[in-house]
Design a protein around this ligand. Structure first.
Ligand code: BMA
Length: 329
């Protein structure tokens, strides 16, 4: 039963993101080859101004690969690669035998390359793999950098105190929390630290949390949109929350929103292969340096876009912080 089918008015107390009127912006009917669904795309603005979405595409075997779609305005006129852009290579990388999923892209100025952190899926469960690319046509693959069970990873765009920093979401006996790990070379990872914990109990983000799009660097800190999962008698609900982390010590949470600020309400978010899911893996920032174009998978079936503002998100955090659950206590 959705808000739509109950004829409830849409929730109006969270106007932080406005859905594009043309949503969904990409769905399986747009694809140049037969697929089941397209969702959970990474996003980046290329130097020529095009928006590139690196989409998770599930074919009709049920397994996923990644496929690039480019557009001049980030909304329509998508030029979609005629075949998969990045596919599992299970002979070389057996940890990808069940496909690759949910990428996040970070442009790394020091390397002059894009880093793609993605989920590789195999019998041992999901793990985090890494690849570098200059052009989204050829890729340098690093294989698994965080063993199962782990996912929802993104690289920070610059070194922190000399080390690369990767946010990820391992599942440990204490739960599914966000961690950060450091590396001198992008291959060997250590100094693992918990960044943010699932809140448990009745909270909207009680059961699992994970990073959405790569964090946005602001003068006040790394601004991170994360997903929170609440398990209910009729399934999981995936909603979005906000947290701010220290620029020089990103494992330190400075502020964490109390309520969710975006959740499944539109029909394409409430109905699909997996109901009640909004799942962003990327955003682009407008020329004003403030507007966020948030790209998100909806109901594990299609891609949608919503627009927000960095300054409005920071102002909201000041009004809605939950000081007891930043992780600093
Ligand atoms: C998560 C991931 C996402 C998916 C979501 C909802 O665990 O697997 O790819 O969108 O579940 O099914």
């Amino acid at each position: 039963m959705t808000a739509e089918s109950l004829k409830l008015p849409p929730c109006t107390d969270s106007p932080l993101f406005t859905r594009h009127s043309g949503n969904p912006i990409l769905s399986r009917d747009d694809w140049p080859y037969p697929i089941n669904s397209v969702f959970n795309a990474a996003a980046v603005q290329l130097v020529d101004g095009d928006t590139l979405l690196l989409c998770r595409v599930e074919d009709r075997t049920g397994l996923s690969h990644l496929c690039a779609a480019r557009s001049a305005n980030g909304i329509d006129g998508w030029r979609i690669d005629s075949e998969p852009t990045l596919k599992a290579k299970p002979r070389e990388y057996p940890e990808e035998i069940w496909g690759i999923e949910d990428p996040r892209i970070t442009y790394v100025p020091e390397l002059g390359q894009y880093a793609i952190a993605y989920t590789s899926f195999a019998r041992g469960g999901p793990g985090v793999s890494l690849a570098l690319t200059k052009d989204f046509r050829s890729f340098e693959r690093f294989g698994v950098i965080m063993p199962p069970e782990d996912k929802d990873a993104a690289l920070l765009p610059r070194r922190i105190n000399g080390y690369w920093a990767m946010i990820h979401r391992p599942v440990t006996p204490t739960g599914a929390h966000m961690w950060i790990s450091y590396s001198p070379d992008l291959r060997h990872w250590g100094s693992h630290k918990v960044m943010l914990e699932a809140r448990r109990g009745g909270w909207w983000d009680a059961n699992k949390i994970g990073l959405c799009s790569p964090p946005i660097e602001t003068p006040r800190g790394w601004l991170a949109i994360y997903h929170g999962v609440r398990q209910t008698a009729s399934g999981s609900i995936y909603r979005l929350g906000l947290a701010l982390f220290d620029l020089d010590k990103p494992e330190v949470c400075l502020q964490r929103g109390d309520s969710w600020m975006f959740g499944p309400e539109a029909p394409y978010e409430c109905n699909g292969d997996v109901k009640n899911v909004v799942f962003p893996c990327g955003q682009t920032i407008g020329a004003d340096g403030d507007t966020i174009h948030l790209y998100y998978g909806a109901a594990d079936s299609c891609m949608a876009m919503a627009t927000g503002s960095i300054s409005a998100l920071l102002a909201w955090l000041d009004l809605h912080s939950d000081s007891e659950n930043t992780g600093r206590l």
